[in-house]
Design a protein around this ligand. Structure first.
Ligand code: NAP
Ligand code: G4F
Length: 333
């Protein structure tokens, strides 16, 4: 029997890398997208003839159940979420509905259709929040600091609960920050790489940022989707921390990004209190030993390489855009 995967959040950063990864492994890949008034398929345009897309929403229980009954997946990866921590203070209820309760809706849909389906929940290091120990490992208590973190903690514990209550193969990957050229522009890494490219090309002069002292354990998203898959291939469902074991300041990311294009960051970065959070997560650092030993998983891309890859990508993308616009302007002149 062939492996059939269903990915919620397939239009997002991780969804696009996971779809590529599973196609390489020979999976039949199905993805959920939600109805939107604008085109949200930019990250998976190159895959649309290889995957099947279904319109559904984590807010709509019946649509999830119908879909699972129809496609009969062997594995479900729940990557869909209101995933931006900053917005979770503006929309705490929506965040709870999608990022928290959405997990239960999906687990219930699976339970109603077939409890042998394997389930991956995209849990988050944001659950550690005001950290109780450093580095953070699977046994570190949660102390979330945002409505997003609280919703993820709920979704994580529901996953554990369905595993323990119904003997389902359900596990939570506690992933630390992972980035890529496909990262949303609202997240700090991509905001910086995009701004650096704009400044270098003369399209902008400054970038406004918040707390440069926050520390994160940043890896490459393309490496992390393998860990998701590995978690569903074990004999028993177990939760794992996935990260690099290195931590850097937002300021370090800024420095490397500006260095890459030969500019002095101090001339272009403006600190704007608007981007400070009501409650900050000051320090995240993973202890990924369990995943290294039991899943044989290790990140491949270094922090420096990640920053440089993102800056190079945005430089190329914006240069191409600028060239096209110039050509159009010349033609119409
Ligand atoms: P992302 O790029 O923001 O993607 C989120 C996805 O969720 C998008 O496809 C989005 O669809 C979809 N979505 C949002 N609301 C939905 C709803 N009501 N119903 C169905 N789909 C909905 O996030 P990501 O970086 O790929 O992260 C994937 C998952 O891992 C998320 O659950 C995130 O919280 C979690 N996570 C991420 C990180 C990280 O550092 N990236 C770390 C730990 C955990 P649209 O395209 O329509 O917006
Ligand atoms: O890039 P961020 O918005 O990511 P954050 O809050 O760490 O959340 C990401 O990682 C989580 C895993 O730990 C995921 F679960 C979650 O879905 C998401 O992918 O902010 C990183 C840090 C924060 O400390 C923030 O205060 O950067 C700081 N920061 C400083 N200036 C800024 C800015 N963040 C943003 N977004 N924009 C700024 O201008």
């Amino acid at each position: 029997m062939s492996n059939i995967a269903l990915i919620t959040g397939i239009t997002g950063q991780d969804g696009s890398y996971l779809a590529e990864f599973l196609l390489e492994k020979g999976y039949q890949v199905h993805g959920c997208f939600r109805r939107s008034s604008t085109n949200a398929f930019e990250r998976i345009e190159h895959l649309t003839d290889k995957i099947e897309l279904h319109c559904t929403d984590l807010l709509d229980q019946a649509s999830l159940e119908r879909l699972i009954a129809k496609i009969k997946p062997t594995e479900v990866y729940n990557l869909a979420a209101q995933s931006f921590v900053g917005s979770s203070w503006d929309q705490p209820i929506l965040t709870g509905e999608v990022t928290g309760l959405g997990v239960t809706r999906l687990l219930e849909a699976i339970r109603m259709v077939d409890t042998s389906i394997r389930f991956y929940q995209a849990s988050s290091s944001e659950m550690f929040g005001k950290v109780h120990e450093t580095p953070q490992r699977e046994t570190t208590p949660f102390h979330p600091r945002s409505p997003y973190g609280v919703a993820k903690a709920y979704g994580h514990w529901m996953t554990v609960n369905y595993r323990e209550s119904y003997d389902m193969y359900a596990c939570g990957g506690i992933l630390f920050n992972h980035e890529s050229p496909r990262r949303g522009l609202e997240f700090v890494t991509r905001k910086i790489s995009d701004a650096v490219a704009r400044i270098k090309l003369g399209l902008a002069t400054e970038v406004r940022l918040g707390n440069l002292d926050a520390r994160r354990d940043w890896g490459f998203a393309g490496d992390y989707v393998e860990a998701m898959w590995l978690m569903l291939q074990q004999d028993k469902p177990i939760d794992y921390v996935i990260g690099t074991g290195e931590t850097y300041r937002v300021g370090d990311f800024v420095q490397i990004a500006f260095d890459r294009v030969g500019l002095n960051w101090e001339k272009h970065v403006v600190i704007d209190p608007k981007f400070y959070r009501p409650a900050e997560v000051d320090l995240l650092l993973a202890d990924p030993m369990k995943a290294q030993e039991e899943l044989n998983w290790k990140p491949k891309m270094s922090f420096q390489e990640l920053v440089e890859t993102m800056v190079d990508h945005d430089l190329q993308r914006l240069s191409a855009l600028a060239n096209t616009s110039l050509k159009v302007l010349r033609k119409s002149a």
